[in-house]
Design a protein around this ligand. Structure first.
Ligand SMILES: [Zn+2]
Length: 511
């Protein structure tokens, strides 16, 4: 266990003054991270040690290098080459035996709602927007620090499934920001704003039927923009740059032209990406046409919102004109393949690619497993294409590229993230390839995405620090987090089901 990771343990922190212990409560609230801010910087400087992954396989989307070493010094990859040569350069390094292992760039999740893990095992099965109509929203029953607990268990899942960067897209991130920073993940806080007075959320068929022309509130808009500005001042660039803050408009149907322009202007001013949910349902498209006279992408374009800094989530219901517009403006599309498939829809990713849209990947609600997303993205895009030889495109390497380099572009850190190259950030995952389902293998990327399991990931490094090593998560107490999240989940779901039993629309059974 390298000393340099000690400061990331959840309950105790080594510092030059000796260990400081925090209560579970403080850690969950993230106050430990804030209290320790200064000391973390000091201890990192004194304890940072070079790590050399020796005799290993380094995987890129274009090439795989076998039997090499990769050296990490500080937060960066500093060498990739023959093991003997690298070890000669870094003789005192912490050597990680890389035999039978493969190093891949960490996965970048461009669209997550981490507290939505609470609705796992429910929200996947009732379409979008969720048609089950519960009497009580589960998330409304979270108390005190339980929301921080939800994002922490989501981060735990993300780490164990190979994510190194996650975009948390929601409103009012501030209360959970410290807990997220504490997980060790590279985070983008996409602070989401809506300024509609009479549209509460994603348009539903019922909402569309009763819809009035949208009214917007300058007060709401100003409050939302203030939230972005405050979060940006407090967190952007913190944790040695591991945390960034982006502005976000929630949805096309809840955004005024003024809000769209303000979000774009904030991103341009501070050299940030920005995001929105776009064309995610038929009712959304119909609402925009009915009340604005334009389909969602055209509405955004009219108000200067489309462009290469924007990563628009979903784009499931786009026609050829929408696709051409998104392509022409260089808009990035974040594709949540898993959730789209749950919703019974496949966005026209092949056409969006052909039109010039860079593709990134995300999980959306309920799951934070980017490995699962890659697998479903590969299969659903193959099914949706009409190739001369079906089953040849996309390739696993294309999907890995979306989940790494595509994500790096979306989070506006293309020069630092997304591939294992000298000078880039050491955000990587270590696969244990010595598994019955991974040997023999013609190509490790193909073998892993087709046949692999997230549990093949044995270590995860973010910013040069192990957040998981040899399957032990170092930034939190895994067993306690799981036990506490399970307890909260059981309490809340008992309450929800007592108020409105869930009827599952099963298929008719044979008599
Ligand atoms: Zn979403």
């Amino acid at each position: 266990m390298p000393q340099s990771t000690n400061h990331r343990t959840s309950s105790t922190s080594q510092s030059p003054d000796g260990p400081t212990t925090f209560s579970r409560r403080q850690v969950l609230a993230g106050s430990a991270a804030l209290l320790l801010g200064e000391r973390i910087v000091q201890s990192q400087a004194s304890l940072s040690k070079t790590v050399v992954f020796a005799h290993t396989t380094v995987v890129g989307v274009d090439a795989v290098q076998d039997d090499v070493a990769l050296a990490v010094d500080g937060d960066k990859i500093v060498a990739i080459g023959p093991t003997e040569q690298v070890l000669e350069t870094y003789p005192t390094a912490d050597v990680y035996d890389g035999r039978g292992k493969a190093l891949l760039p960490g996965l970048i999740n461009c669209h997550a709602h981490m507290a939505a893990v609470l609705a796992r095992g429910f929200n996947e099965d009732f379409g979008f927007p969720n048609s089950a109509q519960l009497a009580i929203r589960p998330n409304s029953l979270l108390e005190g620090e339980e929301a921080a607990l939800m994002v922490t268990v989501a981060a735990l899942e993300a780490i164990k499934t190979g994510t190194t960067t996650i975009v948390e897209n929601t409103g009012n991130i501030s209360p959970n920001a410290a807990a997220l920073a504490q997980t060790g993940l590279r985070c983008v806080f996409a602070e989401s704003v809506r300024d509609s007075e009479n549209v509460a959320g994603p348009m539903s068929p019922g909402g569309l039927a009763n819809s009035a022309p949208p009214r917007f509130s300058a007060k709401r808009r100003d409050e939302g923009l203030q939230r972005i500005s405050d979060l940006f001042s407090t967190w952007h660039g913190k944790e040695q740059g591991r945390i960034t803050v982006f502005p976000a408009a929630a949805l096309a149907e809840t955004s005024s032209p003024e809000l769209l322009r303000a979000i774009r202007a904030f991103a341009d001013k501070h050299d940030l990406g920005y995001t929105i949910h776009l064309s995610q349902s038929v009712p959304e498209v119909e609402f925009m046409v009915r009340h604005h006279g334009l389909r969602p992408p055209a509405f955004l374009d009219q108000h200067g919102f489309l462009g290469p800094r924007l990563f628009a989530a979903h784009c499931r219901y786009v026609n050829d004109a929408d696709i051409a517009l998104l392509g022409r403006t260089g808009t990035i599309v974040s594709h949540q393949a898993n959730m789209a498939a749950n919703r019974g829809v496949i966005p026209p990713i092949a056409k969006l690619r052909a039109a010039g849209c860079p593709i990134a990947s995300g999980t959306d609600n309920n799951t934070n497993d980017m490995f699962g997303v890659m697998k479903i993205a590969l299969l659903t895009e193959r099914i949706s294409r009409n190739d001369v030889i079906p089953g040849t495109r996309p390739q696993p390497e294309d999907i890995l590229e979306d989940a790494t380099q595509g994500g790096a572009r979306a989070v506006n850190q293309e020069q630092l993230l997304g591939s294992l190259e000298i000078g880039k950030k050491a955000d990587l995952i270590v696969l244990d390839t010595q598994q019955a389902h991974l040997v023999p293998a013609g190509r490790i990327v193909s073998a892993w995405i087709h046949n692999g399991q997230p549990s093949d990931i044995e270590s995860v490094m973010v910013d040069g620090q192990f957040v998981m090593r040899s399957r032990k998560v170092l930034t939190m107490d895994e067993d306690r987090i799981i036990a506490e999240a399970d307890k909260v989940g059981r309490r809340i779901w008992n309450q929800v089901e007592a108020a409105s039993p869930i009827t599952v629309p099963r298929l008719p059974r044979r008599q």
